[in-house]
Design a protein around this ligand. Structure first.
Ligand code: PRP
Ligand code: ZN
Length: 283
């Protein structure tokens, strides 16, 4: 049985539960107890505050954890990064009152900065040779300049709307953050085997993300040209249609290059193009 610590609410909660669901792991989220066992996979979910996840994994209270890189970095506990998960992207930034004139990091010399991330900030300021007065507060950091508690803040920025509504301006991005799967460095062989199965499933979910399955009808005389436009190492599937001189072509396309490729395919005479989302992909 593998125990995974996840955020009980907040920015990572929904994406984390969605990832587990897509990996076919059933966890009842209606039971809001601290520890919930999956009904179909040897894993149990421990719901914690994000701040407590790195420590719980480092000490072995949990074997795995899903946590923001910001919390992982700040706490500095000994846990391994097993996999970057690519969701809950945000940045840790310095922000100052909008009206201030900003010409560079020197602005912060001697200033008071409110944050919940003193370690990351301290290290950054030290590396840049700036002396600041770091004021640690938990929660509602963004209101502190407005009420005269600090000159600036260092906090998570995602959409930026919290800064805007507090008349603050982001002036330096100190680090980028995303959700991480972290693990206890000393797991038993049995637990590692369960982790391998979990990673295999996560890999399949991630590989399918941003990919589309595309089907189209292609006249035989255009087949070669159209195949040349399609990306991907492996050749597409080509099947003859009942109508003489026509074929059905199936392939997988990256969402990023999607529109560009589709318009080329249309130009070349492809018809009846169907685009279907892919749920899992085993490479
Ligand atoms: C963070 C941060 C800001 C907000 C920024 O708080 O402290 O308040 O998100 O997001 P935005 O740029 O999209 O407005 P969070 O919701 O993570 O809660 P916490 O600070 O209490 O952990
Ligand atoms: Zn928090």
């Amino acid at each position: 049985m593998l125990r995974i610590a996840v955020q009980s609410k907040g920015r990572l909660f929904e994406d984390t539960m969605a990832l587990l669901a897509e990996a076919g792991i059933k966890v009842s989220s209606s039971k809001r107890t601290l520890l919930v066992q999956s009904s179909n996979f040897p894993i149990e979910v421990l719901y914690l505050r994000d701040d407590d996840i790195p420590q719980s994994v480092a000490t072995g209270v949990a074997d795995l954890g899903i946590v923001g890189e910001n919390e992982y970095e700040e706490r500095g506990y000994k846990a391994d990064i097993v996999r970057r998960l690519g969701f809950s992207k945000c940045r840790l930034s310095l922000a100052i009152p909008k009206a201030e004139n900003y010409e560079g990091l020197q602005w912060f010399e001697g200033k008071k900065i409110a944050t919940s991330y003193p370690n990351i900030l301290q290290k950054f300021m030290q590396e840049n040779g700036i002396n600041t007065d770091i004021h640690v507060i938990t929660g509602s950091v963004e209101i502190s300049p407005g009420i005269g508690l600090s000159d600036a803040i260092f906090d998570i920025v995602s959409s930026g709307s919290t800064l805007v509504s507090n008349n603050l301006r982001e002036v330096e991005v100190v680090m980028k953050s995303e959700a991480l799967l972290i693990g206890n460095p000393e797991m038993s062989a049995e637990k590692k085997a369960v982790l391998d199965e979990l990673l295999f499933r996560i890999e399949a979910v991630k590989a399918a993300e941003d990919k589309k399955y595309v089907l189209m009808n292609v006249p035989t005389d255009k087949l070669e040209e159209i195949i040349n436009v399609l990306p991907g190492a492996k050749s597409p599937t080509v099947m003859p249609l009942a109508t003489e001189g026509w074929n059905s072509v199936h392939t997988v396309i990256d969402e990023k290059s999607f529109w560009e490729i589709i318009s080329k395919l249309k130009e070349l005479g492809a018809q009846g193009i169907l685009v279907i989302p892919i749920e899992k992909m085993i490479l």
